[in-house]
Design a binder for this molecule. Structure first.
Ligand SMILES: Nc1ncnc2c1ncn2[C@@H]1O[C@H](COP(=O)(O)OP(=O)(O)OP(=O)(O)O)[C@@H](O)[C@H]1O
Length: 351
């Protein structure tokens, strides 16, 4: 390896994927941490004195996020109170193991930890949901429930911010995915470093410009404890395609990640494009872009034996409800106890 390109006098031990610089360990740590500090400062991510919940999954991204936020908080006196918030989706052989890693981090970093489970919040574990719906579409349930579970956890903890470990690769993938799907509403907001949650708790992404490869390197050289197994259930297929595409492009030119993020930030969605406004779910009162939020629709489906309710378009939801109503008409007409009949059950109204 050549000499460290900062001319610190040490030998380089790595080549930074983001810049191509050959750096020694110390200079890499400094560059990596300074960039995150710069991101936090430039976007004014946190008000001094506030409490931040770190969405902690035990994976590399959130582990590095917790470590670096603690370090920068002390180094630059952000005056933040940091807490860990973990969601236990109930996935045997995956989340149970990764939560042990979070508990280890809780001790190592001296941060309080709150764990909330799908079972307690929704009455279902992901293992049970997959047994009900199969492996296709289970990521939809998991993603929608996790998003809300993190909101609920943040509210319960009364924090000022929720920080997640989404990195530059995640954001670039999401930009690609939204372009491929023609999802302009999401394209419009997916690059935001602070997500406006209506009057909810803002979500922030301090690792927005941090490359995944560098996060892995940083965790390795800092000897951080993290959990690296993939989820045992089918990965999100569509995101998988965007990921493969991005990785292929990155091999040709690593700057593609930043280029895609910058394109996403700069694209201005035509004002005539339909973008949903945020409101409150009439059932659970959490932030939603529809009258009834996706989590409530999915949950109703599960509880009423219609697990596919809420998967796909709202027209499909309406059709499923209609079919179900037809199926159950006879029982109501036949004097069955109406309250026990699913066609009269309190299903959400879908616009
Ligand atoms: N079960 C969970 N509990 C708390 N936060 C979570 C959980 N799952 C994901 N998150 C948050 O959302 C971010 C992005 O999640 P994603 O599923 O994309 O995982 P990832 O990219 O593998 O990140 P990580 O390496 O932290 O697991 C995580 O970095 C974390 O902050």
């Amino acid at each position: 390896m050549p000499a460290c390109s900062t001319k610190c006098g040490k030998n380089a031990i790595l080549k930074r994927p983001k810049t191509g610089d050959a750096l020694c360990k110390t200079c890499f740590f400094e560059a990596f941490e300074n960039e995150i500090h710069f991101t936090i400062e430039r976007a004014k991510l946190f008000r001094p004195g506030s409490t931040v919940a770190i969405g902690a999954s035990g994976g590399k991204d959130s582990t590095v996020l917790a470590y670096v936020l603690k370090l920068l908080n002390e180094k630059y006196n952000y005056q933040l109170k940091l807490v860990l918030l973990s969601i236990d989706e109930g996935i045997t052989g995956y989340r149970d193991d990764s939560l042990n890693t979070v508990k280890q981090n809780q001790e190592d970093y001296g941060m309080p930890l709150k764990i909330m489970s799908y079972k307690d919040l929704y009455g279902w574990t992901m293992d049970e949901i997959v047994a009900e719906i199969g492996r296709k579409n289970n990521c939809t349930f998991c993603g929608v429930f996790r998003r809300q579970a993190l909101d609920r956890g943040a509210n319960l903890l009364k924090v000022d911010y929720l920080a997640t470990g989404h990195n530059a690769d995640d954001i670039a993938e999401t930009v690609l995915m939204n372009i491929l799907r023609g999802d302009l509403a999401r394209l419009n907001r997916c690059t935001s470093i602070i997500t406006d949650c209506g009057d909810g708790i803002p979500r922030v992404k301090p690792l927005k410009y941090t490359f995944e490869k560098e996060i892995v390197m940083y965790a390795y050289f800092r000897k951080l404890v993290y959990f690296s197994t993939e989820c045992v259930f089918a990965p999100n297929a569509y995101r998988g395609h965007a990921r493969v595409l991005l990785k292929d492009l990155e091999k040709i030119d690593p700057t593609v990640i930043m280029n895609i993020i910058q394109s996403g930030e700069t694209i201005k969605v035509n004002e005539t494009a339909k973008t949903p406004s945020l409101t409150r779910c009439t059932q659970c009162n959490y932030v939603s872009s529809q009258e009834v939020c996706k989590a409530c629709i999915l949950l109703e489906g599960l509880n009423k034996g219609l697990p596919r309710l809420g998967i796909g378009k709202s027209s499909k939801v309406k059709r499923l409800l209609k079919e179900n109503e037809e199926k159950n008409k006879s029982c109501c007409r036949n004097d069955t106890q109406e309250s026990a009949c699913i066609c009269k059950a309190n299903l959400p109204s879908i616009k």
